[in-house]
Design a protein around this ligand. Structure first.
Ligand SMILES: [Zn+2]
Length: 263
């Protein structure tokens, strides 16, 4: 049947550390669309005559061709599977040398166990794929006009190599309002060891945004914020060299450049 061939040759090209937007044209009798990607089931949502979703390509994803499978469920229960090739292109990331309070480099036993506990908590959040809210509006930069694209930088703190930079640092002074990148549910709003006062929003489909080093948090866990709503003020809490906004995005757990979600 022709149906199976309409979408079979779809190919997307993506940099390491980016979100891949996917659009699948709607068809008569199509009831649900799900994309299987890196062993995860990623739902798509319908808006007008297309089904949309985003796939996360991690910072350290292997360059080359990766395969996703779109699973189309028809209203009579019939299921149609179509392959999508995602061609991952290697990206060169710079190295940055940073000087911070030694407490954040040589961790005390108590700080180390706290940091590990918090990392487990945030990773557990990023594993969840929810669908009650979906990102049907465009993602926006949390500080309008904000610049500073240091995503992916290999980092050396006080001479010690540490994890690569998994977000974008936006220039900001303490007190600059920070806006939600899209509509989302607050799933974390508290002080963490490395990221200081932190807010994490769930935008659905496994897409999460993180706002770190805030001087003030203005939202509570559980509430739904609008796209552009102020969620707190920029600051210098946690492991920082100076006030700024650290803006991170996770897409099905993958660390992606936040700017790759902004059209
Ligand atoms: Zn940062």
């Amino acid at each position: 049947m022709l149906l199976g061939f309409l979408f079979a040759a779809a190919v997307s090209t993506a940099n390491q550390g980016s979100a891949v937007p996917l659009q699948i044209p709607n068809e008569p009798h199509l009831k649900a669309v799900q994309v299987i990607w890196r062993e995860k089931k990623v739902p798509a949502f319908r808006a007008g005559d297309a089904w949309t979703t985003f796939l996360g390509v991690d910072l350290d994803a292997k360059p080359g061709e990766h395969r996703a499978v779109a699973v189309l469920t028809m209203d009579d229960g019939r299921v149609d599977r179509r392959e999508i090739a995602v061609n991952v292109v290697a990206k060169k990331f710079p190295t940055s040398q940073l000087n911070v309070n030694e407490r954040f480099v040589q961790l005390s036993k108590a700080d180390l166990s706290r940091a590990n506990r918090e990392s487990q908590e945030t990773e557990a959040i990023y594993r969840r794929i929810t669908t009650d809210l979906v990102p049907d509006e465009a993602f926006t930069v949390p500080i309008p006009g904000g610049t500073g694209r240091t995503f992916g930088a290999r980092r050396v703190f006080n001479g010690e190599p540490r994890a690569p930079h998994s977000g974008a640092d936006l220039r900001a002074t303490t007190g600059t309002p920070v806006h939600a990148t899209n509509r989302g549910r607050v799933v974390l709003a508290k002080h963490l060891f490395f990221t200081g006062n932190t807010v994490i929003l769930d935008h659905g489909l496994g897409i999460y945004s993180l706002y770190a080093h805030l001087s003030r948090i203005d939202v509570k866990r559980g509430v739904v914020v609008k796209n552009g709503q102020v969620i707190g003020l920029a600051g210098a809490t946690g492991r920082v060299t100076a006030p700024h906004l650290h803006w991170g995005m996770r897409v099905q757990g993958a660390r992606v450049d936040p700017f790759s979600l902004v059209r």
